[in-house]
Design a protein around this ligand. Structure first.
Ligand code: NAD
Length: 498
């Protein structure tokens, strides 16, 4: 039995505080349609309180030696490990993903804690010779100050750790706005930070809507970085506002990811990879496979095998360990998925499996969509180009690797891609030519590891990366330091020939 608070409150300046306005919205378990808690709809005043606390705390935090800041992350990682099962069950209840995947997501957060804690003893800069005598030159990473992170519902804890852990170890103070659909992970993670001894104000959690809390964060001048993960539309909106303020903004957004299956592929492996990356998290991953670009010579066999395996996928409440595909986050998302399936039919694609919701006649029965497969999909169709964010896959036939790569690259997103082939020449050509931030060979489109950069090209991002060392670039400024110990004024570029 997992206990959940009846109402959540904000975490500001190390205190659990009521929101400015007595306004809450329900948090619904997507597997049952039942309300499991309520989350504040905070206002700009709550954001201002968090900014005030973060500004004060950051000055002190930045002076704590980085290895000591890292000790705190080690404690956070250890506590997450101890509470892994508890956190995973709560995650399944608020987000719907099956327990096995929830455990994987929590593990990702634990890995990130230990990895970023290691950075406390690195945070490497560079030393380099000066062009002048008796002069020393180096570059160091400096914290940016107060940073804002805005996260989506589909990875409520992992994405938050990708952003907040590097920010904290680098000496910043954080204001975090989680998605209102999945606030429980934020609440639990803040509790862990509190118990681990994080100084008041270094992490602040303000619950609420994007239009109130998110926009107030974007508008605030003290917050010098916005690190956002979510939809393309919201990301562009945030980026344009940050642009006018010259505020650093890191965006991780949507995807239209493809698995390419060549004629020499191990088809059993390819089917496993497609199932895992298309229907894991019910297709609600930014890296989910929603296109299978298949060589004409193996299309028929792959399709048959895929359909056979899809029939075995059980759909239901993710707390049931036999279930493979959990619910969709809410009724709106369910409708969007079904709308795309209707569009696919109208466009002339052939529906081979799924294409309908479950339990729609029952009230409070959760939001479920059956794994869906289209064939005869033309590359120009909307279902082949737009992000659906559900368990819907389109099969597109090709005659060559060149054609497959071209189709992979012609969408507006560039997050993840994968190729199944035994041919080493094709492997190297594909990893060079696929225009995505992540490429997998003989694996599906999901499965990122936290010590590598995570993100994408084109409409998926704006050149930054979460996770890996690249995350530090978002939350630090490079400072170049010159120390002249010659005792006289030496002029760079002028006195070099003496
Ligand atoms: P969303 O854009 O609706 O919301 C994301 C966050 O932004 C939420 O916290 C939301 O409250 C906030 N927000 C909304 N409007 C805002 C505004 N005007 N100003 C500031 N903040 C605002 O996205 P979602 O539906 O929660 O998530 C699904 C999307 O996220 C998909 O497109 C998916 O591909 C993407 N995603 C991308 C990655 C990645 O790393 N590339 C990872 C996970 C999800």
């Amino acid at each position: 039995m997992v206990n959940i608070e009846k109402k959540l409150v904000n975490y500001i300046d190390g205190q659990w505080v009521l929101p400015d306005r007595n306004n809450y919205t329900a948090v619904v378990n997507p597997a049952t349609g039942q309300t499991i808690t309520k989350v504040p709809l905070s206002t700009e005043n709550d954001v201002q309180a968090a900014v005030k606390s973060a500004k004060k705390a950051q000055k002190e935090w930045a002076l704590v030696p980085a290895p000591q800041r890292a000790e705190l992350l080690y404690r956070v990682g250890s506590m997450m490990k101890e509470r892994k099962e508890h956190l995973s069950r709560l995650l399944t209840m608020e987000n719907g993903k099956v327990l096995e995947e929830a455990r994987g997501e929590v593990q990702e957060g634990i890995d990130m804690a230990f990895y970023m804690a290691g950075e406390g003893r690195r945070l490497f800069g560079q030393t380099t010779p000066s062009e002048l005598k008796n002069k020393f030159a180096m570059s160091v990473r400096a914290p940016v100050g107060v940073v804002g992170i805005i996260t989506p519902w589909n990875f409520p804890i992992a994405i938050a750790t990708w952003k907040s852990f590097p920010a904290i170890v680098a000496g910043n103070a954080v204001i975090w706005k989680p998605a209102t659909e999945t606030p429980i992970m934020a609440y639990e993670l803040a509790k862990i930070f509190e118990e681990a001894g994080l100084p008041n104000g270094v992490l602040n959690v303000v619950f609420g809507s994007g239009s109130d809390v998110g926009e107030a964060m974007v508008a605030d001048d003290t917050i010098r970085v916005i690190s956002f993960t979510g939809s393309n539309e919201t990301g562009k909106n945030i980026a344009s506002k940050c642009g006018m303020k010259l505020k650093k903004v890191s965006l991780e957004m949507g995807g239209k990811n493809a698995v390419i299956v060549m004629d020499d592929a191990d088809l059993s492996l390819a089917v496993e990879g497609i199932l895992w990356s298309a229907f894991g998290t019910s297709g609600q991953r930014c890296t989910a496979c929603s296109r299978v670009i298949v060589h004409k010579d193996v299309k028929e066999e792959l399709t048959e095998r895929l359909m056979t395996e899809m029939e075995k996928l059980t759909v239901g409440n993710g707390l049931d360990e036999t279930v493979k595909v959990g619910p969709i986050i809410n009724a709106g998302a369910l409708e969007k998925i079904d709308r795309y399936v209707q569009i696919g039919r109208q466009e002339g694609a052939v529906l081979l499996a799924g294409g309908y919701t479950l339990h729609e006649d029952k009230e409070d029965a959760g939001y479920y969509y059956v794994p869906t497969l289209f064939t005869d999909v033309d590359r120009t169709m909307r279902i082949a180009k737009e992000e659906i964010f559900g368990p819907v896959v389109s099969l597109i036939e090709v005659e060559s690797l060149e054609e497959a790569v071209e189709i992979n690259n012609e969408v507006s997103y560039g997050l993840s891609s994968s190729i199944f082939t035994q041919n080493v020449n094709q492997v190297f050509a594909a990893q060079r030519d696929l225009d995505t931030g992540i490429v997998y060979v003989n694996a599906g489109t999901i499965g990122a590891e936290i010590h590598l950069p995570f993100g994408g090209t084109k409409g998926t991002g704006n050149g930054h990366r979460d996770s890996g060392l690249a995350a530090l670039d978002v939350f630090t400024e490079w400072k170049s330091v010159y120390v002249d110990f010659s005792g006289k004024l030496q002029r760079a570029q002028i006195d070099t020939e003496q």
